[in-house]
Design a binder for this molecule. Sequence first.
Ligand code: FCB
Length: 432
Amino acid sequence: MSPLPRLWGTAVSHYQVEGDDLCDWSEWERAGRTRGGACGRAVDSWTRYEEDADLARDAGANAFRFSVSWSRVEPKPGQFDDRALARYRRLIDHLNAVGVEPVVTLFHYTHPLWFHDRAPWTSPKSVEAFARFARYVAGAFGDSVRVWIPLNEPLVFLLAAFYDAQIPPGIANGRILPKVLDHLLAAHCEAAAAIRERAPDASIGIAHNMVAFAPERPDSFLDRLLTRIAHRCYNRGIIEAFASGRWDFLLPPTTRVRGRRDDLVRSLDFFGVNFYSRLHLRCPGKERFVGEFRYADRSGRGLTDNGWEIVPDALESLLGEASAIGLPLLISENGVADAEDRVRAAFIADHAAAIERAEERGIPVAGYLYWSLVDNYEWLEGFGPKFGLYEVDRLTMARRPRPSVATFRTSGRDFLRRPHARRSGAAGPGSL
Ligand code: FCB
């Protein structure tokens, strides 16, 4: 494994930017199951990826995270479309040519049309299918991609797809959560092994969504208890799984998931944290007895366009928690929906400051990826929220930098100038 280079960059995912991808999510839209409308051409990155790569570089990025569309690459089980791979190859070659590190995600929520019938996540066949896809992609790009993220946010996917039924395959059945989680973690391990086989020097990570939790009423014992449970299960469950090869935690409403896979421990070279906001928890909830959560402006910085609280300080403490795993950390996503670009510059500068404080404490932060390079299709909310450093006119698909690009650039320069924090092993508030 080569050490993760120091990275300052941007992130996108295939479905949210490429356009016209035929997959389970496009079917979901056709069936009228989304609130945010259809993605359609998205922001046309399928034809503009090189332009996007240049925009990232112009903004001072030295890394570009994107995902490979499984449905484009493997439209039929076991049949790969080499034209789709060639498209990604052009992007990767371009990134490498302009000095921007490609960071490749293999699973970012969407599936080929055949997947849920032929190899659903409830079946071990899903693991074989994902490993086959990972092998193929690693075989094609192992020579030119150093940084890989097999899975984006497995817990978010698990809960949204199999508990809340908000995203495909749209099943609401708490009883199957343990099995699906087993398969997701197994799929990660198999994919990591496939990547290592083809690219022994690769750096492999996971993108884990972490949320700052707080009691809605700080003097309520039950709110505080629920906050501790949420933190322990949602944030730390996955960290513990990768640190020890064992997991044992609760998922809503009261499903116990537990299991063991020794190869989880060796499967990571870095740990990715996707961080956005804080949730305030209340127990019992007004409608759900086991508890409810909501966003609220308790930090006094205001809410984002999509109603999320802005809490940069929480990033420092969550990085402390994640550092218990003893691996370099990559902030694999962090960003703000802000159409008017009122708060984005301060948002970026304040999160960069939180990272610097974490590094001063010896927490090994290797990189930061801003979500997102360009405005894009947000899963449940369509094109409403504007996360982009670059604004996109969806009629002409023209990209225009928002003023906060300047802050992204200067914060990046400062970050890249600092040497890697030196520390090995666990420390800080999050020690397991
Ligand atoms: C993350 C997702 C990403 C994007 C941001 C806003 O949870 O990984 O695709 O939608 O939220």
